[in-house]
Ligand binder design. Structure first.
Ligand SMILES: N[C@@H](CCC(=O)N[C@@H](CS)C(=O)NCC(=O)O)C(=O)O
Length: 195
């Protein structure tokens, strides 16, 4: 988001590993939920979560708004942002049921239910989501829904969660085009989860 609206050079990125089972004191000092991302102002004021941070950043630049201010356009953007959030939530929870939780505590029915959420969201994106068009991914301006979705999908791919591209040509073409954007090339994912 910061790259897309021209604000990346105003931010310093500090990487942190987080897990609900390993308390990261530095993160807890600024977010009582112990989660990243957190945006910390120069005066120490801390803002979370990513939806709120993006809302804040969108008020700081002079380009076209990433979060449309009104109308159906706004609802389409926010709905896609919510879907991206849901994909990450389901993906994180699924990783607990497949690799993060010690094996005796894993619950296969939960894993399957979470997988269902991912697959049904992928199908919705392929068949019903209006923003999924490779022309949109190459346009000068992209909205928060597309930014959030590309970020979520790149994380799902990075963590080897169920594939979303095979059998979904429209989504694959959009994602392939979006990942070539300078914003995505500048922000590759790194890090290992330690629980
Ligand atoms: N909805 C939140 C999700 C944040 C989130 O889940 N962050 C993960 C890493 S990507 C985290 O810090 N998890 C640590 C934990 O659950 O304790 C947002 O968009 O900021």
């Amino acid at each position: 988001m910061a790259h897309e609206v021209g604000l990346a050079s105003s931010l310093q990125v500090i990487h942190h590993e987080t897990s609900p089972t390993v308390r990261n004191e530095e993160v807890y000092r600024v977010n009582p939920l112990g989660k990243v991302p957190v945006l910390i102002h120069n005066d120490g004021f801390a803002l979370f979560d990513s939806n709120v941070i993006c809302e804040y950043l969108d008020g700081l630049h002079e380009r076209e708004r990433a979060i449309p201010l009104a109308g159906r356009e706004r609802l389409v953007s926010l709905r896609l942002q919510a879907l991206a959030q849901g994909l990450c939530d389901a993906g994180i929870a699924m990783r607990h049921e497949t690799e993060r939780r010690p094996e005796p505590y894993r619950y296969p029915a939960m894993r399957d239910g979470l997988m269902e959420k991912l697959l049904s969201s992928y199908d919705f994106l392929e068949n019903e989501e209006p923003s999924i068009d490779p022309h949109n991914a190459k346009a000068d301006h992209v909205d928060i829904g597309q930014i959030a979705l590309a970020t979520a999908l790149s994380w799902l791919e990075f963590r080897r969660l169920p594939d979303f591209e095979s059998g979904r040509p429209r989504l694959a073409a959009w994602y392939g085009a979006f990942t070539q954007r300078p914003s995505m090339l500048a922000t590759p994912l790194t890090g290992e989860t330690v629980d």
